[in-house]
Design a protein around this ligand. Structure first.
Ligand code: ANZ
Ligand code: ZN
Length: 802
């Protein structure tokens, strides 16, 4: 019998569909498991070979959980609003909705051909009005609670996409998606107050099982700094306020720096003698991005403000004030006290402009470099706090400053509120109307969804307004509150809106009374395991945690966090380790791999090629290797005995393999789990026959990775039912312990040799074995043994003297 993957795979996909094998049941008495993968943006390019990697990983987990008896919710949807579709629609003069529909159809076929065990009855689409009705509903709740507000602000404007971007979407000064220059532009925007949740978004991470780098990135992104705002008197009257995290170093503040945009320049224009120089520097700084300005290694530049100076409140000395672009107007107060002895940016600046450097924390050499030891430095040259350690000194100075009314304790965040307006067509309309008497008023819930009107042209306008802004019929409306004249908001929501709560909709996707029934949420939430890209850590992952916390606060979800566990996969690169892209011509099409080798081979390959968390280059050769493994698996059917026991010779190996595969699937080590199965197959092949029981267990273990071939073999050899309905094998814990171990022998604390001994061997046996060993003899000869410590199965320690 030949292994004909195309036939077999299609056959089982149809059977699973027919039997609804993967349907998540609304039986809330069973134990549940909710694995989640990031739903894709259905682009025109179709599925990429990178997509199946995370999907297969959690498909393995989902399939294993079903075999373990869980009711599993694993499903898929489409994050379908957004620019690429809109741009394509503009270019080809078609409706974005029909482009979306076509793309989804293609994606879905491709995913089905991969044999993913999704419950397709729960599929959702963020552009479906029945879905975005609830995205709009959530927005209205945010608005009602004062967390959505309109603000005139300088936004990041992409000159090519003609759209405002959130800070997160600007990478290294250019637009994240098209790479074009980003400029500042004043525009009135809807903002979401994510900063109100900054503390909780950090603090609640501690209860979550997120991989460490995800936690760290979120914490750094939110950027909580505990410090003080301190007022410095100036020679011209008004005070200059700074933010510092090191009030303990106040005696070492030998000059000050304000941001080139700081309003004090304009206020004291008349007192300043070099105003033109300052303005020239301000203009230069304007052209740089924050990113360029704050790069650690850049040369420090700046100009001294002539005619105004400040007074250090503790030393009472007059100190100069400079402007420099390394101080940003958008953080803290836009001004700093410079402590060159203990802050490296200030140290470099002081060196460049010959400013005094004073040591206030002992332990370093401040003429060589800034010394920033916060852990156990001791204060010097600081009369109020000399001899104290940094932590204590901070508190002491903070108390002093507050009681003398020179400043206050203060916590600052790097996190900014979320720019939520887009001046584009293909997004959820923001469900608000503006009335001259009542101001901004939400569209009544009974009128949701507020659907997108049909427009002739989707082009954004050059004045930065949404294409909806020309639809006067749609815009003109009446105020839901007073019945007077009103007009609709024409901005739409960003693509991040629909993805901020989709996992809640999966719990109850067809509900038209609520975004999900509370019983369904109580049962399914939180998500047990969420896997997704590292690039979403500070955007989608943070946004959705924020929305979820808000929904928790208004009592419509039952958990304060949406996801218990978060992991992340590495990318699949081109053969030569560069990114796959159309322009490089190195894109591998999954359809072709499936056709030539089968979905099971592709799944196996993507899980086997390397450490799941790391990027790996594509390799056609390893794809073939994986296919060979499946061919050999297939041939096991030829060597089968009727025996219903494990082969005696393989029993221990099989139990160990069950243990290894079970554990590795749980800890992202899919590659080593597969390697263990490959090794077991080799052992099978060394025998002339294997038993039915051997094969049965092997097929169940392999099933989550290669579901089609295992079902087919199961059926062919005449086992009853389907693999999908079996139970996950259990290993016998007595069979997996090694009976003989290689044990290290230490002499006076150093490993000097090893012995091979039974795990329940005695101290005497260990002694005999060790002292027969030549190497050990070298270290014991002529010496007295004073002590022997023997831990069975672990270690043998000998202490000698002389
Ligand atoms: C004096 C000092 C002494 C500082 C020292 C640091 C070390 P984080 O932790 O990022 O919050 N700073 C304050 N506002 C700034 C701005 N708008 N642009 C650039 N730098 C600014 O950093 C807080 C520290 O960054 C503050 O504490 C201030 O320098 C600087 F040994 O004050 B520090
Ligand atoms: Zn009104």
């Amino acid at each position: 019998m030949e292994y004909r993957h195309m036939e077999i795979e299609k056959k089982w996909q149809d059977i699973w569909d027919e039997k609804a094998s993967f349907k998540a049941l609304n039986d809330y008495t069973k134990p549940k498991y909710y694995p989640l993968v990031e739903f894709p943006y259905p682009s025109g390019q179709g599925l990429h070979v990178g997509h199946p990697r995370p999907y297969t990983a959690l498909d393995i987990v989902a399939r294993k959980r079903r075999l373990e008896g869980y009711n599993v919710l694993y499903t898929m949807g489409w994050d379908a609003f957004g620019l690429p579709t809109e741009n394509y629609a503009i270019k080809n003069k078609v409706h974005p909705a029909s482009v979306t529909e076509e793309n989804i159809k293609r994606f879905k076929e491709q995913l089905k051909s991969l044999g993913m065990s999704f419950d397709w009855s729960r599929e959702i689409n963020t552009t479906d009005p029945n879905y975005y009705k609830w995205t709009q509903w959530i927005f209205i709740k945010l608005f009602e609670k004062g967390l959505a507000y309109k603000k005139e602000m300088d936004i990041n404007w992409c000159t090519s996409c003609k759209v405002g971007l959130a800070n997160e979407e600007v990478v290294g000064g250019v637009c994240e998606r098209c790479g074009s220059a980003v400029v500042k532009r004043a525009k009135s925007q809807w903002m979401l107050k994510i900063t109100a949740y900054a503390d909780r978004l950090i603090d609640d991470l501690s209860d979550l099982d997120y991989i460490e780098r995800v936690k760290t990135q979120q914490i750094n992104w939110i950027g909580r700094s505990t410090g003080m705002e301190i007022d410095f008197a100036t020679t011209v009257g008004e005070k200059l306020r700074v933010f510092t995290t090191r009030p303990d170093t106040l005696y070492g503040a030998t000059y000050m720096v304000v941001s080139p945009e700081h309003p004090m320049l304009d206020t004291y224009k008349d007192q300043i003698s070099n105003f033109d120089d300052l303005m020239a520097y301000r203009e230069e700084a304007r052209l740089k991005s924050d990113f360029e300005r704050t790069e650690i290694n850049k040369d420090k530049t700046g100009v001294e403000i002539k005619g105004v100076s400040a007074i250090n409140p503790l030393t009472e000395k007059q100190i100069p004030i400079w402007i420099s672009d390394y101080v940003l107007m958008s953080y803290g107060t836009g001004a700093i006290m410079a402590v060159p002895g203990h802050d490296s940016r200030d140290w470099e600046f002081a060196r460049a402009f010959n400013l005094p450097i004073v040591e206030v924390v002992a332990g370093g050499n401040v003429s060589e470099a800034a010394y920033d030891d916060i852990e156990d430095g001791v204060l010097v040259n600081s009369p109020l706090i000399n001899g104290m350690r940094v932590q204590e000194a901070k508190e002491k100075i903070a108390d002093y400053i507050e009681s003398n009314k020179i400043g206050v304790r203060k916590i600052n965040f790097k996190l900014r509120d979320w720019v939520f307006s887009r001046q584009r067509y293909w997004g959820e309309p923001i469900p608000l109307v503006h009335c001259e008497t009542c101001g901004w008023v939400p569209v009544p819930e009974s009128e949701l969804p507020l659907t997108l009107p049909e427009v002739e042209s989707y082009e954004p306008t050059d004045n930065g307004e949404s294409p909806l802004a020309v639809m006067t019929d749609w815009i003109d409306t009446t105020c839901p509150k007073c019945g007077g004249k009103a007009h609709r908001e024409t901005d739409t929501m960003p693509q991040w809106a629909g993805s901020s709560w989709y996992f809640l909709r999966y719990c109850d996707p067809h509900n038209d009374k609520a975004f999900a029934d509370m019983d369904a949420l109580n049962y399914w939430m939180p998500v047990d395991w969420y896997n997704g890209g590292m690039e979403h850590t500070t955007l989608h992952l943070l946004y959705s945690r924020f929305w979820h916390k808000f929904l928790f606060d208004i009592g419509v979800v039952n958990t304060k966090e949406p996801y218990l566990k978060r992991t992340s996969h590495g990318m699949i690169m081109g053969e030569n380790n560069e990114k796959m892209s159309k322009s490089r011509g190195n894109v591998v099409n999954p359809d072709e791999i499936i056709e030539a080798f089968g979905a099971d081979t592709l799944r196996l390959y993507e899980m086997f090629i390397g450490d799941f968390e790391k990027s790996v280059p594509w390799s056609e050769n390893s794809v073939k290797g994986c296919r060979r493994f499946l061919d050999r698996t297939w041939s096991l059917m030829e060597d089968l005995s009727e025996d219903n026991q494990y082969s005696k010779t393989l029993e221990t190996t099989i139990h160990k393999t069950i243990k290894k595969v079970s554990e590795d699937f749980e800890s992202l080590k899919f590659n080593t789990a597969i390697a263990a199965m490959m090794s077991l197959l080799n052992d099978f092949k060394k025998q002339s026959q294997i038993t039915k029981k051997d094969l049965e267990t092997f097929l169940i273990l392999l099933n989550p990775v290669a579901p089609h071939i295992t079902e087919e073999m199961w059926q062919s050899v005449g086992y009853s039912g389907m693999v999908t309905d079996q139970s996950w094998p259990i290993f016998d814990s007595e069979k997996v312990v090694d009976t003989v171990v290689e044990m290290a022998v230490q002499i006076n604390g150093k490993v000097r040799g090893t012995i091979t001994i039974s795990v329940d061997g005695t101290k005497e046996m260990a002694h005999d074995l060790a002292f027969k060993d030549e190497k050990i003899q070298q270290f014991t000869e002529g010496k007295t043994v004073v002590k022997e410590i023997y831990v069975p199965g672990k270690i043998y320690n000998i202490v000698v003297k002389g």
